[in-house]
Write a protein that binds this ligand. Sequence first.
Ligand code: CTP
Ligand code: MG
Length: 241
Amino acid sequence: MVSRSDTPQDTVALVPAAGRGERLGPGAPKSLRHLGGEPLVVHAVRRLAAARSVAAVVVAAPPGAADLVHDLLAPVITTAELLVVEGGGTRQASVAAALAAAPGHCDVVLVHDAARALAPPELADAVAAAVRAGHPAVVPVLPVVDTVRQLGPDGVVSSTVDRELLRLVQTPQGFARAVLAEAHAACDDSLTDDAGLVERLGLPVHTVPGHPNALKVTRPFDLVVASAVLASESAMAGSRV
Ligand code: CTP
Ligand code: MG
């Protein structure tokens, strides 16, 4: 078995958690909504901090909620350094704010959406290991299981897309620190993930297998699915005791 001390603790995880969660409906910012009695951001950060490679976690909190988020997380995070900053008006601005606060000793940077609250620690370690192995940018991906059709401007099907070449991209995404910094400095605010910024620099984006538990909570139905995932995790942990 690999112990925590066999893996370099060279990784900082940035957690954009400042979004409003408009698609989830009225209520608190999404990262503060509860799943199984705890805010999504607590689930997400606990799992990241449990990853062997993660030495520090920097959370970009909703505007005005940095102290609240720090107080929520401080008792939960004991094996990694914790920093909380205020996020920005876009996801990219939130990631940039977290990156600016990241401790200098970490060469590998993970960027992980608080909304993917149940991504397992092993996924973070697999992504960090691929960066450490020399890939400048790494994303976890899942195959597309549905048939995908492209529509014309009139809304009528124009073609069927070959799904064998398509992948759904998750987080945590991993980067060599200098690469992420360059990508953020060079690009505008129009992309929904960080690997997209690196791609625009012309660098290759490596893929590793994703995990179904890393689903993103976007709409109310996703909270139902995430609750079921959490319950099945608890049941499995109970059966191991
Ligand atoms: N995020 C952020 N800062 C923003 C916008 C988004 O840190 N200004 C974060 C969210 O908190 C989330 C992640 O980026 O963890 C992915 O964004 P998304 O799922 O779109 O979350 P929201 O923007 O909160 O949701 P919505 O788009 O429905 O409002
Ligand atoms: Mg959003």
